[in-house]
Every structure is written in C-alpha cells, then in structure tokens.
Ligand binder design. Structure first.
Ligand code: VGL
Ligand code: ZN
Length: 204
C-alpha cells in the first residue's frame, strides 16, 4: 500500500539481551520484524541516539539510581542506565535486522538536556523530530509500529501518531516491553483509549 509505512522503533543492541538497557525477549521479534519489512513498501526506523552524559542517564545525577524518577524542567523523567551512546556498539541496530530497505532513520534523544521517547516529539513534549512532516509530504497516512520498548518508545510514538492524525496500529507480537511499575498495562490502556489499534498475531 502506497499510503502505509512500517515504523520500527529502536531495535538496537542496547535494548536486546546483553545490552545496557535490555528488554526481555527484545531480540525475539527480529525475524517477524524482518518479515514485515519485506512485505511493506515504506519503512522508517528510529534510533535512540544519546550523547555521553545525557540527562536521562542516572549516572548524570549523582546519588540517583537507574529506574528512579526525577523532575526535569519539562516534567517527570525516568532515569536509565547509560545506553545507546552515539556511535557505540549498543547504539547499532540489532545485527539480524534487515534495515537496508529503510527510507529514513529518525535519530532521537540527541539533545543533552531532554529525552525523547516518541518518534514524533521529544519529552518536553513540544520539540518535533520532523517525522510527521516527512510522512505527510510523502502522502503516508497509515502507520504500523513495531519494536522496543512497547511501554516507552513504541507507546509514546503511537500516542503522538494518532494525535498527529495518522491511522495507527501497534503490532504487539512484534514488540517487547520493559514494564516498570506497571507501565505496560498503563500504556496499553492509554493507547487503546487514544484510538491506537492494538493487534497481536502471535497465534497466526
Ligand atoms: C527507550 C528508555 C530510554 C525505548 C529509550 O526505546 O523504549 N526506553 N530510551
Ligand atoms: Zn534512551
């Protein structure tokens, strides 16, 4: 379909087992995502892309532990282990990912003072990445989202996508979540309420 794009969120080494911010089973989705890439005309990837010392890293806040929350000028922010540092092995796409077909790679989280979960807006949530304009200019109005992590970057991307007027489906069988303090259930409900179509083809 000419008006549809597959958006693969953050399928990077640091979010896969062995990585700095490993998501359980993160690597399991690679074969399915590759199948979906093969069957889709337009593919966009996102890449979490932080400078060393990024403000979302617990290590940048002396006395703070990873997975705790702090107040940033733009609101609450979860602190993470150092991850996806620009150009590091951890920031590379999973080596099994068939990424060459991608027409665009959106990098996010490169501003030192602000994190960016969503493919569309940073966490402030006012600074655009440019993705909505890119998709609109290309005549794309329908998005399928897959990748990592279901309850953070995938969910924030999906919520912004519907807000931006895109028909949006998240393929849960091609995602894996972090589930921090019930975040998976919370974000699934928020996506459902916002009009995101949640599909699970696990038993297909
Ligand atoms: C992500 C936490 C920090 C994600 C990125 O890709 O879901 N989560 N940075
Ligand atoms: Zn990050």
């Amino acid at each position: 379909m000419a008006d549809e794009a597959l958006v693969v969120i953050d399928l990077q080494n640091d979010f896969c087992p062995g990585g700095a911010l490993a998501v359980a089973g993160g690597d399991e989705i690679v074969p399915l995502v590759n199948d979906m890439i093969r069957r889709t005309d337009h593919v966009v990837l996102t890449q979490d892309w932080h400078p060393a010392g990024h403000s979302s890293f617990a290590s940048s806040h002396p006395g703070s532990q990873p997975y705790s929350t702090i107040e940033m000028p733009y609101g609450a922010q979860t602190l993470w282990p150092d991850h996806c540092i620009q150009g590091s092995l951890g920031s590379d796409f999973h080596s099994g990912l068939a990424w060459t077909k991608a027409e665009l790679v959106i990098r996010k989280g490169f501003r030192p003072a602000i994190d960016s979960y969503s493919a569309f807006f940073e966490n402030d949530p006012a600074t655009p990445t440019g993705l909505a304009g890119y998709l609109r200019e290309r005549g794309i109005d329908t998005l399928i989202l897959v990748g990592l992590a279901t309850d953070f970057c995938v969910a924030f991307s999906a919520l912004d996508a519907v807000k931006q007027g895109f028909r949006t489906t998240v393929r849960l069988d091609a995602c894996r979540g972090i589930d921090l303090n019930g975040s998976l259930e919370t974000m699934l409900a928020r996506m459902r309420d916002a009009g995101v179509t949640l599909e699970d083809h696990t038993s297909d």
